[in-house]
Design a protein around this ligand. Structure first.
Ligand code: MTE
Length: 317
């Protein structure tokens, strides 16, 4: 097996990754995570920031991971929503390279004991990376299966020690119209904002991702750090996070602000609740022909349905 040391898995020939290659890749990630991530274009995640052996690579894919076929790398990194770079699916891969990600820091604000600016290296250093193969279901009616590298958000929350007044967590994306050409237009009210209720944020399925397919997160996928909430429509999984705020009141997300009748705060995948302009009953898995039925909570109900017991999910969509 030949693995090139730099940007090893890019280009069309890697679009479909044979299983042995993929397994090899996972091992490589575990053996030399820091080197690999640095070589992949994320200097802020230098070797020092990612201690060797911190990549938890159990023999199996882990209890939260799906064993469905992974969406080819080329689709995961070439068919994106990142409206900061434009509204066509190819805009993010075409234009995101201009986004500066080194240095990067995350500002923590609000109802927590630990607040202030935290350089990315310090933010991620204490955490053990895991691979999580999750379904991502976009509100537009397509879906993918993506092998993320990340760590549970709940571990970060524990470190930052929110006060009892913190009921929600708000996340904010970088605002840099000079380098993010989509922000020069009013597609959304910039910067992009999302939020979770504290119990959703603390759920073990919710992760902060810093990589995918065993390499550092490509910019079009939200480098250097993004949220992934697999039971909700993809728009909750906010990219390129620069601010995390612990707040008492429910945040207003960018999508709620732009179209309150179409996008609610909860955004749980729910085939029973149509988007006002289209049904949510079926989805197209990218790379497949035809459509498949959409599952409630994107198939993660056994773990998350309890969070919403007693709530009317038609009202709280
Ligand atoms: N985050 C920011 N900052 N800006 C965006 O436009 N799009 C969301 C979400 N996170 C978006 C974002 C939407 S609509 C989807 S479906 C997912 O990112 C897509 O993630 P992917 O491109 O990595 O598949």
């Amino acid at each position: 097996m030949f693995i090139r040391p730099q940007r090893p898995w890019q280009g069309r020939e890697q679009d479909v990754t044979p299983e042995p290659v993929y397994r090899q890749r996972r091992r490589f990630m575990r053996d030399a995570a820091g080197v690999l991530l640095t070589a992949s274009g994320l200097p802020a995640l230098a070797g020092a920031a990612i201690p060797e052996g911190r990549f938890d690579d159990p023999e199996g894919p882990g209890r939260f991971s799906t064993d469905e076929d992974r969406t080819p790398y080329g689709d995961v990194t070439g068919y994106n929503n990142f409206f900061e770079f434009g509204s066509s699916k190819s805009d993010p891969s075409e234009y995101a390279e201009s986004m500066p990600i080194d240095p990067w820091s995350i500002r923590v604000e609000g109802e927590a004991e630990e607040t202030g600016d935290i350089p990315l290296e310090d933010f991620i250093r204490p955490h053990a990376f895991e691979e999580r193969i999750y379904r991502l279901r976009c509100v537009e009616g397509w879906s993918m299966v993506i092998p993320w590298i990340g760590f549970p958000l709940t571990d970060v929350i524990r470190r930052l020690r929110p006060t009892s007044r913190a009921k929600y967590v708000e996340f904010i994306t970088l605002h840099d119209p000079e380098n993010m050409r989509g922000q020069r237009r009013d597609i959304l009210d910039w910067p992009y904002v999302e939020g979770l209720r504290m119990d959703e944020a603390s759920h073990p399925l919710t992760i902060l991702a810093v990589g995918l397919y065993g390499e550092a997160l490509p910019k079009q996928n939200g480098a250097p750090i993004r949220l992934v909430v697999p039971w909700k429509y993809g728009f909750k999984s906010i990219k390129s996070i620069v601010k995390i705020r612990f707040v008492e009141e429910q945040p207003t997300s960018s999508w709620m602000r732009s179209a309150p009748d179409e996008y609610g705060f909860y955004a749980n995948v729910n085939p029973e609740v149509s988007h006002p302009r289209w049904s949510q009953r079926r989805e197209r898995r990218i790379g497949e022909f035809g459509k498949r039925p959409t599952e409630k909570f994107n198939g993660y109900g056994e773990w998350v349905a309890g969070l919403y017991r007693g709530m009317d999910l038609e009202k709280h969509f």
